[in-house]
Design a protein around this ligand. Sequence first.
Ligand code: AMP
Ligand code: GLY
Length: 422
Amino acid sequence: MKILLIGAGAREHALGRALRNDPSVSEVFAAPGNPGIAQVATTFEVDMLDGSAVARLATELGVDLVVIGPEAPLVAGVADAVREAGIAVFGPGKEAARLEGSKAFAKQVMADAGVPTAMAHVCMTAAEVEAAMADFGAPHVIKDDGLAAGKGVVVTGDRLAALAHAQGCLGKPGGAIVVEEFLDGPEISLFCLSDGRTVVPLAPAQDFKRLGDGDAGPNTGGMGAYSPLPWAPADLVEQVVERVAQPAVDELARRGTPFVGLLYCGLAMTSRGIRVIEFNARFGDPETQVVLARLDSPLATVLHATATGTLDRIPPLRWSEEAAVTVVLACPGYPEGPTLGSAINGVAEAEQVPGVHVLHAGTVTDDAGALVSAGGRVLSVVGTGADLAVARQRAYEAMTRIDLEGCLFRTDIAAPERLPVG
Ligand code: AMP
Ligand code: GLY
């Protein structure tokens, strides 16, 4: 099987690495890719938001499957263009991708499907936002309706800060705000494959979204993750499939816009039970880095079955007994104003640590062939081991070998004191 992978982050590097390891895969192509992805795939320049360009490239390369990593091309309809060209694609079409692209749409689907989620009001004016905030009380949860790369949500006890964020989002053309009830309790991410009908869950993971140790600072795209979740109830995955993923997939099928790809369920485990915080229409980053590190089944075969409506025929997924921890290395100034263009050293040395691999996100090679930072999140260092403590120790040992001036990373990813009590 030949595969074209779309994207340029550490998530796509993890996907490319796992696809490459599937014996049924003869070639992996990627666009646009990054220097890490280029180690496991042949890369091409393409505007990944241009559906006809992606479909043309896939046709020219004669691939059997296109795997779309990020949300932006999905929301832009790139999967539809590839499907229309007669090529199997892992990733929902534009309409189903609205589950991620519009929080108001996701709320409507959840209401229609009876999926438990936070109570919410969709607001178009500052006065409506104020009324909704008064209704739910503090802490306030204010969400930009549209895509905002993990930065559209503000959770704060400060009424004025909440209103200021709402004003900023409403100022955009077509701006809408979702004001929500605050959900307490630990958050988990469960990725579910869906071929439009059948749902197959992957292993759950937990992401650390805040920038600083102890969950201080702003929300980011994600600073680290781990899997499995030793504290989680034994029936967690079953519950989420039954109460969340399957009903949502069934509702989209009923609407005639089946969801084919990865349904990312972001959940809060509240005292009143599981609630959906968000749906995404793609693999999460950095959770993918740890989930795929533990997947023993051949990824390309699984994604191809998802894309071709045959998920009910694949054997049960196999998982490694090992744990995985990933720590994200970010540029100074991330997330507001990252400083780019600095030399990165020590990646090869980091990978000498047993059980460690390093995935690239915002990196480029300069004219001299040296590795240089080119994005807010630069690398994802993944450690695996017999348990979380070993995996974590290895990831951090590897991190000490990497050199990027002024870089940031959290020191408490998967630390025992950060794990919820089971
Ligand atoms: P989202 O983009 O919707 O995932 O929100 C980003 C982050 O904001 C989530 O991972 C949570 O940590 C937090 N968050 C979102 N919605 C809520 C909520 N209703 N209650 C508490 N925290 C929330
Ligand atoms: N890790 C959060 C996300 O991918 O949206």
